[in-house]
Design a protein around this ligand. Structure first.
Ligand code: ATP
Length: 364
């Protein structure tokens, strides 16, 4: 951070709906900083993504990695396009490459429906859903140093890698979060330790690390049973920590409980760096139509403010994060703002306008 309390942010609009939700979010961040005072932003736009690959033959150029490394935080909208693929059929995923590049082991995926957004579950306790999935984000079934192989037309393999150093940091992160966030103070290991060696090892380390956190309960669930819990009684979950691939799948289920992909924010956090990005992808089916729900991006930006505030001891950044979240809650609170995603009329512009207007009047 510069001496004048200016945070340098590497800003990746990426592909599809990315650019549509990036600029207005940047504007909201500048406005909340001006409103709260005491800090500001220095924006460093970065190129990357599938469209960039189409023109330049690389999806994540070195100059963007350099800018991201030197920044205080990375704010990313969405990347990848289904029709831009590598020779083996896989899509470009620079957003995943950034996690490897910067060792962002903890994928933080809060699941907390916004009051006023139509609840997906009929049970009245659905309003009490408030938990966090921690998705391990640099190994598991995605480990880059154990890439999948294919043997002609006969066989293809992927390898799941679970290592002690990453598990220890990941579980400590999850227990610390449970300790601090004021929930039930419980961490659930979501695994498949009854079938796979790697998960038996994972669970062993999980309970070892649990001993270091007094006052935080530790339990475990098999991923299949946990998927059911996420629908049948999600209000019983506090913090759930899981492997990369399981986390990828379960966090979309969590997003569904919040109303859809456009409501689900996330952060990928490492020891030094962090990327803040909505859970959704580039949604090419709605790109350019003004229909994208920007809420997930706005809430991801609020997570960035929280993280910057904690890292740099900036009380103001924390205050700004709360103001942004309150603005979102108030904008949706009356139930009148219904996004296109949920069958309503509010597109990107309408949601931004509503949040901007409430942000101007909420206390900070
Ligand atoms: P990825 O694999 O990169 O996560 P994906 O192809 O699985 O992406 P998304 O791009 O997240 O999926 O889109 C899944 C569905 O959710 C699409 O129908 C898309 O239109 C919808 N969607 C995603 N993001 C939004 C958003 N911000 N607002 C409205 N609808 C969205």
């Amino acid at each position: 951070m510069k001496s004048n309390n200016t945070f340098r942010i590497a800003l990746f609009p990426g592909d599809g709906i990315g650019a549509e939700i990036t600029e207005p979010t940047r504007l909201l961040l500048d406005e909340v900083a001006a409103k709260v005072g005491g800090f500001g932003f220095d924006w460093a736009p970065c190129e990357a993504g599938a469209a960039y690959y189409r023109k330049h033959g690389t999806a994540l150029p070195d100059h963007s990695i350099r800018t991201a490394r030197e920044a205080d935080a990375i704010l990313l909208a969405a990347m990848g396009l289904p029709d831009v693929r590598q020779a083996d059929g896989r899509e470009m995923t620079p957003q995943i490459d950034l996690r490897f590049e910067f060792g962002l082991y903890a994928g933080v995926r809060p699941v907390k429906p916004i009051p006023g957004v139509r609840a997906i579950l009929a049970d009245p306790r659905a309003h009490d859903i408030d938990y966090v999935i921690i998705r391990e984000s640099i190994e598991g079934l995605f480990a880059p140093y154990a890439p999948g192989t294919r043997d002609g037309d006969g066989e293809a393999r992927e390898t799941m890698v679970i290592t002690r150093p990453v598990c220890e940091k990941l579980f400590d992160f999850a227990f610390k979060l449970a300790q601090e966030r004021g929930g039930e103070k419980k961490v659930t290991s979501v695994d498949k330790a009854n079938v796979f060696q790697a998960f038996a090892f994972w669970r062993e380390i999980f309970y070892e690390r649990a001993k270091g956190f007094d006052g935080v309960a530790a339990d475990h669930a098999y991923v299949d049973a946990f998927a059911m819990t996420m629908v049948q009684k999600p209000w019983t979950i506090d913090v759930a920590v899981t492997e990369n691939m399981f986390g990828d799948i379960l966090s979309d289920l969590g997003a569904a409980l919040m109303g859809g992909m456009g409501y689900a924010p996330s952060a990928d956090i490492g020891d030094e760096h962090a990327v803040f990005q909505p859970c959704h992808g580039s949604a090419p089916d709605i790109a350019g139509k003004g229909l994208a729900n920007p809420t997930a991006m706005i809430l991801s930006a609020a997570m960035m403010l929280d993280w910057l505030g904690a890292k740099h001891g900036s009380r103001e950044a924390g205050v700004a994060a709360s103001a942004m979240r309150r603005a979102v809650d108030e904008a949706f609170g009356g139930g009148q703002l219904v996004t296109c995603e949920l069958g309503g009329k509010a597109g990107t512009e309408a949601v931004f306008a509503a949040v901007r207007e409430t942000l101007a009047r909420v206390d900070a």
